[in-house]
Design a protein around this ligand. Structure first.
Ligand SMILES: [Zn+2]
Length: 307
């Protein structure tokens, strides 16, 4: 884990899952942005802060994915922090079993889905963040909370000193190349968020996975290209079936095979299934696809008339 200064008062701990850190002008208040996958990551980050004599008074969790708040319980148990998170996401942080539940069709999840990647230790939330400016309890901060939905239902980023901590709204280039089907829950809002980032006038951005870039536009555009390509793959698979349609399960299987993905277990499979069906739902909402229940399973057709 490397501790990197982006610019005055803006830092991050670079790791497989980045942890952001900002400090107030007075240097009396310091905020961690996300907490890493597990307590060891949070512990390392805090040790580095202490080494540099930097304070930790606040903790902001951008979205309720276990790799972003797995280390948060350790921080809350050992330090006096004011914890901030977006609505809806905060409910999952308080009841983390909701993540494996929603990934497992709403059923009580199989034991193998209750692992550190899908279910983090529970935390409490002191404050729900709202979109807009936030000054903290003593007006020391000049932070803007920005909704960045799509990868997660109500993910928020944070803008401070012209630097955007973008959470998982986009992936760094290297990570993007490795993830042939990035995780999303809503294809429409994911794309709107990416276009918003592309046009945002800031001095640089940090993704949750990747490195800080001042010239971030190329990376954001590459993310847009990947999602548009995946959406067209899904749509073509529906189109090519014509009047026969394609079942949701088969569509997911065809996408996994096309992208040479072999999920090791149901947890990993469920992440891909969620991402792939996100495109499908967008087509249905836009009227570009319809579904019918046929022989006991949902079958998808293109357009309005085929069904
Ligand atoms: Zn995430």
């Amino acid at each position: 884990m490397k501790f990197i200064e982006i610019k005055k008062n803006c830092y991050y701990f670079n790791s497989a899952v980045n942890i952001g850190y900002i400090v107030s002008e007075s240097r009396k208040q310091g905020m961690l942005i996300d907490a890493g996958l597990e307590s060891s990551a949070a512990k390392k980050a805090i040790q580095l802060l202490q080494k540099h004599d930097l304070p930790i008074t606040h903790l902001m969790i951008t979205h309720a994915h276990a790799d972003h708040f797995g280390g948060a319980q350790y921080i809350q148990k050992n330090y006096d922090v004011h914890t901030i998170a977006p609505s809806l996401e905060e409910a999952i942080m308080r009841y983390p079993i909701l993540e494996p539940i929603y990934l497992f069709y709403g059923n009580f999840p199989m034991k193998e889905m209750r692992n550190k990647f899908l279910e983090a230790p529970s935390i409490f939330i002191d404050e729900i963040c709202e979109a807009g400016n936030w000054a903290g309890w003593d007006g020391q901060w000049c932070i803007e909370f920005i909704p960045l939905p799509g990868h997660s239902h109500n993910q928020f980023g944070l803008l401070y000193n012209d630097i955007l901590y973008a959470a998982d709204a986009y992936l760094g280039m290297e990570v993007l190349k490795k993830h042939s089907i990035p995780f999303i829950v809503d294809a429409g809002s994911n794309l709107s968020t990416l276009h918003y980032l592309l046009n945002l006038e800031v001095k640089g951005m940090l993704p949750g996975h990747g490195t800080f870039e001042s010239a971030f536009q190329e990376t954001v555009q590459a993310n847009i290209d990947v999602h548009q390509r995946l959406a067209s793959h899904v749509y073509n698979m529906i189109l090519v079936r014509g009047d026969r349609g394609i079942s949701v399960e088969e569509l997911v299987a065809k996408m996994l095979i096309k992208h040479e993905i072999e999920p090791a277990n149901f947890g990993v499979y469920s992440l891909f299934r969620t991402a792939i069906t996100a495109y499908l739902i967008q087509f249905i909402e836009e009227g570009r696809a319809v579904y019918t229940i046929h022989e006991g399973r949902p079958v998808i057709f293109s357009g309005q008339s085929s069904a």
